[in-house]
Design a protein. Structure first.
Length: 316
């Protein structure tokens, strides 16, 4: 048994620009280092309406080494990938799963079968439909691809049935964490057509998230534009994102001061310097989890009753 980490999307808020041409510079401590959909939602206001072409320049210490979510999904880089990819669910500030690509889900009475109902009319940026077949392909690829970083998270999923917009997961055990598990880090869904060539997908990401990659310089820079087909596009008030690999910490602070960057994740040791430089520094607690693993091949954990007892005894 393992207590799976819940990766939350804190609602980080960037203030509207003082000038019509850009966003006010903002620094963020790496305790959470997250720029995600709720953040983008909060970044509208005068900047977007005044300029009509709001661009967020983000310097990140976690620039993705891989853009295939199956390969990159086990680390902090899932936050940057969530610009491009969406998941079945996302997690709110209280750790609860809320709808994303899936508008609802329902368990059977026993708790070993769950059906996700997808929003109608969604599509990936290559035009492929976001349907149950795409969900099935994403899960199976994450379970079987040789360089997958996610297969260990999906052991409780035995099989997936695809029926139009309904994806039904048959579980190998009772598991009520599935809606949390398949949000964000563990199942960022790529176009099954594009994922047919994982090597190409790794450098040419194709998802159904809030942005589409227009230019990608591996390890250095990504230029993204707003995806008008994202299901919640009306609440995304940024038109473009320029994501760059952050240089050293002092250079990042200087870049924020001079407007080279609007937003950055910085080391906590740089927080005071950023504040003294007149930057807005947002610090929020991280959402970390410890894992408890049981070897069910050794006594006493080879007894299902003991495993169940431990599950009930642990305060998650």
């Amino acid at each position: 048994m393992s207590a799976r980490p819940t990766n939350l999307r804190p609602a980080l808020r960037l203030r509207p620009a003082r000038r019509a041409r850009g966003l006010r510079a903002t620094a963020l401590g790496t305790a959470l280092a997250a720029l995600l959909v709720p953040t983008l939602t909060a970044c509208g206001g005068g900047t977007s309406s005044a300029a009509g072409n709001a661009t967020l320049k983000w310097a990140s210490s976690y620039f993705p080494a891989h853009w295939d979510p199956v390969v990159s999904g086990s680390g902090a880089q899932f936050r940057q990938l969530s610009l491009v990819y969406a998941s079945l669910t996302r997690t709110d500030e209280e750790g609860k799963p809320v709808p994303d690509l899936a508008e609802s889900w329902e368990y059977n009475d026993k708790g070993d079968r769950i059906t996700f109902k997808l929003r109608p009319g969604q599509k990936f940026s290559d035009g492929e439909p976001v349907d149950a077949t795409a969900v099935k392909a994403a899960i199976e690829r994450a379970q079987k691809q040789k360089n997958s970083a996610l297969f260990g998270d999906l052991t409780s999923i035995g099989s997936v049935e695809a029926n139009g917009l309904e994806a039904t997961l048959n579980l190998t055990q009772v598991d009520y964490q599935i809606p949390q598990l398949l949000g964000q880090r563990v199942l960022q869904i790529a176009s099954p057509k594009a994922a047919g060539n994982p090597t190409r997908l790794d450098q040419n990401p194709v998802g159904a998230g809030p942005f589409v990659v227009e230019q990608l310089i591996p390890g250095t820079k990504a230029v993204l534009k707003k995806n008008p087909d994202y299901w919640d596009a009306k609440n995304i008030h940024i038109d473009n994102v320029e994501l760059v690999s952050a240089p050293d910490a002092s250079t990042v602070v200087s870049g924020l001061r001079t407007g080279v960057y609007n937003f950055a994740d910085i080391d906590p040791s740089q927080a005071d310097a950023a504040k003294k430089a007149g930057l807005d520094v947002f610090v929020q607690p991280g959402f970390n989890a410890a894992n408890l693993s049981l070897n069910i091949n050794k006594a006493p954990f080879d007894d299902d009753r003991v495993v169940d007892a431990v599950r009930h005894a642990v305060d998650r």
